[in-house]
Structure formats: structure tokens, C-alpha cells
Design a protein around this ligand. Structure first.
Ligand SMILES: C[S@@+](CC[C@H](N)C(=O)[O-])C[C@H]1O[C@@H](n2cnc3c(N)ncnc32)[C@H](O)[C@@H]1O
Length: 290
């Protein structure tokens, strides 16, 4: 299976498609297409679904359906594409952030410390920056920033020093090289948590995930129609904070109504069936234009 969708019903319910069945909706993180297929099942024949993914593997899954337009691009350019396509305003945007299981479980993509593979981690395989460049060329200060801000790695300074010291002896090219450079920071009990944080921080840096999210949210303010809905699933606290603050600011300046006072979390049953849903949080809101 390419990817098992998280909070599928809840996040698509949030779009309120039944009220605008022939509207225009955008799934900015197509992945395995679970959310898109659910949208299509609820969408009228005159409705339209625009899907984005920056990973071409994902877009190979797009079903044949005259209502779909697929775009291989970073979702930070949402507004540009909506203008280019000439669709006017859109009625709903859904974002299910982070990586898909396919990306995570494909060894050669380098997202996981479970496999020995080149340190890549690019969602967009045409992008210039990969994880090997980050660990081999960033200054110690920049590595500390990445590890601390994006992974909440304890002792980020010491971890950064260990990377700098290892790379002076030999380039760190593979996930195994990175593990070897950091072996004194974890044991078999702490490996999953420690390496999980380090790899997450590098992935966020390589893909510019926080900046892309901020640009996406800004773009949504401009492309959503009156009462258009924005539904966002996040997987770690930094992302969730950005989304929460965006909606709060929107409430204060009158551009959004918050429809989730607290985030919607997966049920115990969903977490049991899909461990990767454990950290998911769904927030949604409605664009208000006076
Ligand atoms: C968690 S998966 C989405 C899964 C999908 N909702 C499903 O049900 O199958 C996230 C997807 O978003 C894509 N993605 C993440 N950040 C992106 C960005 N800034 N621009 C475009 N695509 C992005 C990834 O390549 C990945 O395929």
C-alpha cells in the first residue's frame, strides 16, 4: 500500500463539500490519493479537484477522472497556479503534511535510518539540496539550529560537533555513515527516538517544510472564497503551532473563523490500526470575507 490515509473522514468532512458539490477543491498533498478519492466520491459531476504533489512517484497514482487537474509542484506556489489555471476562487483546501509511507519505506529515498542508503530525503527529486549536503556543508551553528528547532534534539550542540568531527575524517554520504558518526548518543532502547528526531530535523530542512507551510497558509487567505474551508493535518508540534497561530491571527483580523477550538485527534482505534497516525492533529477553519 502506498500510504494509509489519516483522519480521512474527519478532514474531508471539514471541507463541507455537501454544501458546494460543484465547487473547486484543492488537495495540496496528494500522496497516495486517499483524501482525494474521498473528495471525488462526494463531489458533483461539475465539481473540480486540483491536486498537488512535489514527488512524481505520488502523481503516478492520480486516477483518470475528468474533474482532476494534477500539478507537480511545491504547494507553496498554490496561489500562482490557481491564478494560472484561471479557476477564480476555490471552495476548499486540504493539506496532509509531511511524508507518505511510500517515501518513508522506499530505502533509496534516504528518509529512514532503518535502511542503509544515500542521505537524500528530497521529496522533490529535482531539488538541489539533499541531506548529505546539509550534514557535510552546514556550519556547526546552522546544524545546531536545524537539530534544535526542527527535531528538538537534546544536546544539539554536541550532536552537531560530532557531525563536524566525523566529516573532517570522511564525507558522511549514507544513513549508515550518519548513524556511525552519532553512535555514542543512543543505545538500542533510545535509538528510535534519537535517530527519529535527527532524521526529522534534516528532512524538514532539506524540504524547507516550515517556509512552504507558511507560504501555503498565506496563499489560502488569498485563494479561498467566502466560506471556503481550510483543513490541515499536522504531525509535529512546530507545524501545529504554525497552523494554530495562523487561524488565531485570522480570527483576530476577521479573515477566518476557527471551527476546531481544540485539534481533532485520531481515535484509539485509528492509532491501533495505523501507528503513523499517532501524532496527527487536524485543525480547520472557514474563510470569512465581509
Ligand atoms: C502524508 S502524505 C499525503 C497522503 C495523502 N493525503 C493520502 O491520503 O494518501 C504527504 C504528501 O505531500 C507531499 N508534500 C509534502 N510537502 C509538500 C509540498 N511542500 N509541496 C507539495 N507536496 C508536498 C509529499 O510528497 C507526500 O506525497
Amino acid at each position: 500500500m502506498y500510504h494509509r490515509s489519516v483522519l480521512l473522514t474527519e478532514s474531508v468532512d471539514a471541507l463541507g463539500i455537501e454544501g458546494r458539490m460543484d465547487g473547486v477543491y484543492v488537495d495540496v498533498t496528494f500522496g497516495g490519493g486517499g483524501h482525494s478519492r474521498e473528495i471525488l466520491a462526494r463531489l458533483g459531476q461539475k465539481g473540480r479537484l486540483i491536486v498537488f504533489d512535489q514527488d512524481e512517484d505520488a502523481l503516478a497514482n492520480v486516477p483518470e477522472d475528468k474533474r482532476i487537474t494534477k500539478i507537480r509542484s511545491n504547494f507553496r506556489f498554490l496561489e500562482n497556479y490557481i491564478r494560472y489555471l484561471g479557476v477564480g476562487m476555490v471552495d476548499g483546501v486540504i493539506a496532509d503534511l509531511g511524508v507518505s509511507s511510500h517515501q518513508f519505506d522506499t530505502a533509496e529515498r534516504g528518509f529512514s535510518y532503518r535502511f542503509d542508503s544515500p542521505l537524500d530525503m528530497r521529496m522533490n527529486t529535482l531539488a538541489d539540496l539533499d541531506a548529505a549536503q546539509v550534514v557535510n556543508t552546514y556550519t556547526a551553528e546552522d546544524l545546531v539550529r536545524v537539530l534544535r528547532d526542527y527535531g528538538e534534539v537534546d544536546a544539539a550542540g554536541k550532536v552537531a560537533s560530532a557531525i563536524v568531527s566525523a566529516r573532517t575524517k570522511q564525507r558522511i554520504s549514507t544513513t549508515q555513515d550518519l548513524r556511525d558518526a552519532l553512535e555514542r548518543f543512543f543505545n538500542s532502547q533510545t535509538e528510535r527516538k534519537f535517530l527519529g528526531k535527527v532524521f526529522q530535523s534534516l528532512r524538514i530542512e532539506v524540504n524547507g517544510e516550515m517556509r512552504a507551510l507558511e507560504d501555503l497558509l498565506e496563499g489560502c487567505t488569498r485563494v479561498l472564497s467566502d466560506k471556503g474551508r481550510l483543513s490541515v493535518i499536522t504531525y509535529h508540534s512546530l507545524e501545529d503551532r504554525i497552523v494554530k497561530n495562523f487561524f488565531r491571527k485570522g480570527k483576530d483580523d476577521g479573515t477566518f473563523e476557527i471551527l476546531t477550538r481544540k485539534p481533532v485527534l485520531p481515535s484509539g482505534e485509528e492509532i491501533e490500526g495505523n501507528g503513523r497516525s499517532r501524532s496527527a492533529k487536524l485543525r480547520y477553519g472557514e474563510r470569512t470575507r465581509s
